[in-house]
Design a protein around this ligand. Structure first.
Ligand code: OGA
Ligand code: MN
Length: 357
């Protein structure tokens, strides 16, 4: 009796957004005898802007809900009839551009003073990607007093920070079991976000302007301004001040949310997809509105401005299997860079750029 009551509550508690997230999320088949098999999911309702672009190029035709945005951009920009302020630019980034931003996302964006999800545990970590290449291990120095001087070297987080440094694997083995350590490759796998420009504080969900930071790299700023133009038909200025870089591994999701910590919602969020294909959900202003699902491929750019800024959105799924990930072209470009190749085969990176004030 109690159990069945609970089941009823669970079902009615679940919002439309949550139901759709669950539909597309990665689950494994329980009774498969072979190694873990992802459960099959029906993708027939997922909007595919790549195929819309193909059909638009071939005969000018588009599904009823899809519109072409009238703007002077160098390739077609699509919108959705029901979601003003939402823009989709399929293949906005060339393969060379994608490779460049993948490289920067791994090598330069996680560099201090930019913060990452690892800061809270290890303090600032420099040269993580170089350490992966050199097969290094991050090791805790037990002799260093914890918490001393943690403000002046850019270290913020718990008191045990700044005691960690990269060492050769052999030197760690010889120290014996007592020392705490974690390999650089594990840290890269567990990298979940980094923040550029004004630093976003995830615990308070706002921008902490007192944290040390560098300006957004100039080339990223210029690119974001160019990409933002279709969302600003009156020719207003978009001033990129912050970016959040999300790193997704197989099974990682980004739950339904709003980005509401920026002052001017008429300004777009410019969101670039890199690496494995994903499913993006664009809901309405309530979690009860059934969301639209669409594929995001490497090189696609999405803009959310105006009313679309009030729409719940999230990423319930990334595809890491060969057939669905669609990373072959990237893999060819990274064939001489084994560590990037390994990473990008099974990962997605999202760089989203914002004007804060
Ligand atoms: C975000 C976001 C979407 C994506 O970081 O706020 O919505 O495509 N990202 O990963
Ligand atoms: Mn968002």
């Amino acid at each position: 009796m109690y159990a069945s009551n609970k089941a009823v509550t669970d079902d009615t508690d679940r919002t439309e957004f949550r139901k759709t997230e669950k539909k597309y999320k990665l689950y494994y088949d329980q009774n498969s005898k072979r190694k873990k098999q992802p459960k099959q999911v029906d993708l027939s309702e997922v909007l595919d802007f790549k195929s819309f672009l193909d059909s638009y190029h071939q005969n000018g035709e588009l599904p009823p809900e899809i519109v072409v945005v009238d703007c002077r951009f160098d390739r077609p920009v699509f919108g959705l009839e029901s979601r003003p302020g939402f823009y989709f630019i399929p293949g906005a980034l060339s393969v060379d551009e994608q490779c460049r931003w993948i490289r920067d996302s791994l090598m330069s964006f996680p560099q201090p003073p930019n913060r990452t999800n690892h800061n809270a545990i290890y303090g600032p970590i420099s040269d993580l990607f170089a350490a992966v290449k050199e097969r290094k291990v991050l090791v805790e120095d037990e002799n260093m007093p914890a918490g001393l001087d943690s403000g002046s070297n850019g270290c913020v987080g718990n008191e045990d920070t700044c005691r960690w440094s990269f060492c050769e694997e052999d030197s760690v083995l010889s120290r014996g079991r007592s020392c705490k350590s974690v390999s650089a490759s594990v840290l890269l796998r567990k990298l979940r976000w980094s923040t550029l420009g004004l630093q976003f504080d995830w615990s308070k969900r706002n921008y902490n302007v007192s944290l040390p930071h560098n300006k957004i790299p100039d080339e990223l700023c210029q690119l974001a301004k160019k990409l933002a133009a279709p969302a600003m038909p009156m020719g207003e200025e978009f001033q990129p001040e912050a970016a959040i870089v999300n790193y997704f591994a197989s099974g990682d999701t980004l739950g339904g949310h709003l980005d509401d910590m920026e002052a001017d919602w008429s300004k777009p969020i410019v969101s670039m997809s890199l690496g494995c294909k994903a499913i993006f959900l664009l809901g309405g202003k309530s979690r009860e509105d059934p969301p639209l699902a669409m594929f995001l491929r490497s090189g696609d750019v999405v803009l959310m401005a105006g009313e679309a800024r009030e729409c719940f959105h999230g990423v319930p799924r990334i595809f890491t299997d060969k057939e669905n990930a669609e990373t072959t072209t990237l893999e060819l470009h990274f064939c001489d860079e084994n560590d990037i190749l390994e990473y990008i085969r099974t990962s997605r990176i999202n760089v989203n750029i914002r004007q804060v004030f």
